[in-house]
Design a protein. Structure first.
Length: 197
């Protein structure tokens, strides 16, 4: 399996991203100095695509598949793409505060901690639907790892499209998010322009 091993802060600096969007509370003191380089239109489009891929932890081929699926759906392609990325299971686990970072959320899902509607799902790219109930397996709730996660991520604000019960380690998807409810700093229209060439 392909794994992105680039240091997170270094990648954030190169993309002009705040590490907090990935769940990291670190700060980088160094600035990225580019000697008066004017970025081309293609460069801007590529950077937006790389930002979206990096934030959600998606590689190129699955990302293109998401784009093609979003293009076939009704409505605008850009917001459809962002809604699909936001409704990935690993992202929903992160948004509910059941993981400190998106990478950790992916691992929590991989290690079969998560139940969707009472069934174990260990596929991070699983797309949740409105009405789905996401919870941590009963046997895993008391582990030291989950206690540490809840201690750190417990104060995180849960988006309004999700409903979270902290005592039961359970969340419900009220409805799929609209583009206005997604707080990710990505200009999806540039991604659409890049892929539609």
């Amino acid at each position: 399996m392909a794994v992105n091993r680039v240091p997170v802060l270094k990648r954030c600096r190169s993309l002009g991203l705040e590490p907090s969007y990935l769940g990291y509370d670190k700060k980088s003191n160094r600035n990225l100095n580019r000697a008066n380089k004017k970025v081309s239109e293609y460069g801007l489009q590529l950077r937006e695509k790389q930002k979206a891929k990096f934030i959600y932890g998606v590689l190129e081929k699955p990302f293109r598949n998401y784009y093609e699926k979003a293009d076939r759906m009704k409505g605008l392609t850009g917001p459809n793409l962002m809604t699909m990325l936001e409704s990935r299971l690993d992202n929903v686990v992160f948004r509910l505060g059941l993981a400190r970072t998106r990478r950790e959320a992916r691992q929590v899902v991989d290690h079969k901690f998560v139940l969707v509607n009472g069934k174990v799902v260990n596929i991070p790219s699983y797309l949740v639907k409105a009405g789905d109930v996401i919870e941590i397996k009963e046997s895993k709730r008391t582990t030291q790892r989950m206690k540490d996660i809840v201690e750190v991520a417990g104060g995180r604000i849960v988006p309004e499209w999700l409903d979270y019960d902290a005592d039961a380690f359970k969340g419900t998807v009220k409805n799929l998010p609209t583009r206005e409810q997604i707080d990710v700093p990505v200009d999806e229209m540039l991604i659409v322009e890049l892929y539609s060439k």
